[in-house]
Design a protein around this ligand. Structure first.
Ligand SMILES: Cc1cc2nc3c(=O)[nH]c(=O)nc-3n(C[C@H](O)[C@H](O)[C@H](O)COP(=O)(O)OP(=O)(O)OC[C@H]3O[C@@H](n4cnc5c(N)ncnc54)[C@H](O)[C@@H]3O)c2cc1C
Length: 324
């Protein structure tokens, strides 16, 4: 595929990139979106399409999939080029443009907005054979279909917002839900905790850790928990386990882009500028004091990034050749 040029290259078609695509369209900027997966929507579409989201303005509750559909409809009001199944690999400044090398050719733009989120989606795993051998037999690191929990006894492992959201999502259909966390306090929103405590079929077990699973060739049937103070072992008869203990950052591609990083994240200022002229970033991939990894925060950041890109396109001199 030959090189084509745009006003703005958007790297990553998650919720934040999609909202950015709408905003560049609103300003009639010629935009190319580069998305490594075969469909848009980022974590919402690929990690939790059926989970309700309660904290996006204007939506009392919306599933990951439905929010992505609305974002796509909003963005598609304007023409743009969307490249699916295309991973952005390198960034180079040449001839007054930024050039992104992908596995399907090179793409050029005057400005770049990076909305690549957590990069690849790699759920944090136990990496213990006693547990992981049941993946596909009742053990879920990713939940795409809530119907498999219907009438089942379910264990949710994790004490944060994702674990609490899963417990709340499966409780109405499951026979019983236990949620365990290794600390003495659950870390999720107070409201989620209050709602879970009020549900008759949900039991919260702080200071418990999953130490093993048993079952047969078909399905797991027992979870072994250990109380991390008393060391006592509890046996739970469960047929489904959801593990929500976080995601491993998969953004190493950007480590070679000459960006200033803060750990795995790209450092930005309050205008969402990176250290490179004409390169902006927003969403889960950015780092600045006070950053929160929420969809609503990403929407605000990408609105700022698009405004900064517009300003840059109107005022900036041609790029120096030295940035690569
Ligand atoms: C289980 C779970 C539940 C959650 N629940 C909520 C919730 O209720 N409310 C809330 O506000 N937040 C929630 N979050 C967090 C929310 O999903 C993220 O904040 C949000 O997805 C960030 O959006 P993003 O567009 O920045 O990144 P992502 O959603 O990660 O999208 C980034 C996109 O960039 C693509 N990409 C990455 N690298 C490249 C590359 N090199 N080239 C091309 N494309 C690339 C990825 O494939 C992906 O599609 C939850 C997260 C999880 C895991």
């Amino acid at each position: 595929m030959g090189e084509s040029s745009a006003d703005v290259l958007v790297v990553g078609g998650g919720p934040v990139g999609l909202y950015g695509l709408y905003l560049t369209g609103l300003h009639h900027l010629k935009t190319t979106m580069i998305e490594r997966l075969s469909s848009l929507g980022g974590q919402l579409e690929h990690l939790y399409p059926q989970k309700p989201i309660y904290d996006v303005g204007g939506f009392p509750a919306v599933t990951g999939h439905d929010l992505v559909e609305q974002l796509k409809r909003q963005a598609q009001q304007y023409p743009s080029q969307i490249l699916l199944g295309t991973t952005a690999r390198t960034l180079e400044a040449k001839g007054g443009l930024w050039h992104i090398e992908t596995d399907h050719g090179r793409f050029a733009g005057r400005a770049v907005i990076i909305t690549a989120g957590i990069g690849e989606f790699i759920p944090r795993r136990f990496n213990q054979d006693a547990i992981d051998r049941f993946e596909g037999r009742g053990l879920h690191y990713v939940v795409r279909d809530l119907s498999v929990f219907r009438d089942q006894p379910v264990l949710v492992v994790g004490g944060g917002d994702s674990a609490a959201d899963w417990a709340m999502a499966v409780a109405p259909v499951a026979k019983k839900v236990w949620m365990i966390h290794r600390r003495d306090q659950f870390q999720c929103h107070e409201d989620s905790l209050a709602k879970l405590q009020a549900l008759p079929n949900v039991e919260l077990l702080p200071r418990h850790e999953l130490v093993g699973l048993d079952g047969d060739q078909e399905m797991l049937s027992v979870a072994h928990l250990q109380h991390n103070q008393t060391q006592g072992i509890t046996r739970l008869d469960v047929s489904r386990v959801i593990v929500a203990i976080g995601l491993v950052p998969g953004t190493t591609i950007f480590h070679d882009w000459n960006l200033t990083l803060n750990g795995h994240e790209i450092a930005v200022n309050s205008a969402m500028h990176t250290n490179l002229p004409g390169v902006f970033a927003a969403g889960d991939i950015v780092s600045y004091p006070g950053k929160v990894k929420l969809i609503s925060a990403g929407f605000g950041e990408v609105a700022t990034a698009v405004e900064s890109a517009r300003h840059y396109l109107l005022t900036a001199p041609a790029l120096e050749m030295s940035h690569s």
